[in-house]
Design a binder for this molecule. Sequence first.
Ligand code: FPP
Length: 246
Amino acid sequence: MADDLLQRLRVHGAVPAHVAIIMDGNGRWAKGRSLPRPLGHHAGMTAVREVVEGSLAAGVGVLTLFAFSQENWQRPPGEIDALMSLLEEYIAREVSNLRSRSVAVRVLGDVSRLTPGARRAVERIVAETAEGRKLALNLCISYSSRSEIARAARQLAEEVAAGRLDPADIDEEAVARCLYTAPWPDPDLLIRTSGEMRISNFLLWQLAYAELYVTPVLWPDFTRRHLFEAILEFQRRDRRFGRVSV
Ligand code: FPP
């Protein structure tokens, strides 16, 4: 159904190794249909399935999704409950498919704040998909990039205090190894849906050289076709990493 685009991006150039997505617009999608907001989040689950399948088809190695920020804890309790239940539902529904598709799921963020049910579900999916080799699927939940960086600073300070690290050896690599994302390369492409031009405390360190792609499409309407369009646009970009073009 999106095979035409898939063929094009395969001949067009390199596929980004790591794609990060700020999934935005669930609330507006629901409002536009006079539905309660949680139904927008529920519809957003289909789009998550779409981008996982699309990433597998395109050969993306790492997909990092911003599902719930630390700031989102300030939303009304009913919406938070709905999001926690949705996370459990997503995991119950998808775990066997993700495992059979060789997807390894990891959860980045302060999981200690999740409801016990959501925490158990998260532990289950991480354990049951640990052998996945085709795609690393990182779900950022109760995630804040500034907290992640502060946590890394604390960890380095503890290593210095324990005499295991010389302050002179604190460089970019040392910080990066203390971030949740240590096992993976930085994102090459950041997609944000719903037209908002913000980073919203997401992967501030890791996005230093990512290509930014903002689409007006609301998250529940996002399909693998939209993912392939974003990758095609990425392939047209001239990435210089601060140097001049060759
Ligand atoms: C932002 O839309 C979206 C969220 C806060 C939740 C994202 C959750 C999902 C996509 C559901 C399924 C995902 C998993 C991994 C279970 P918003 O509510 O801020 O939208 P608005 O800006 O239009 O109000």
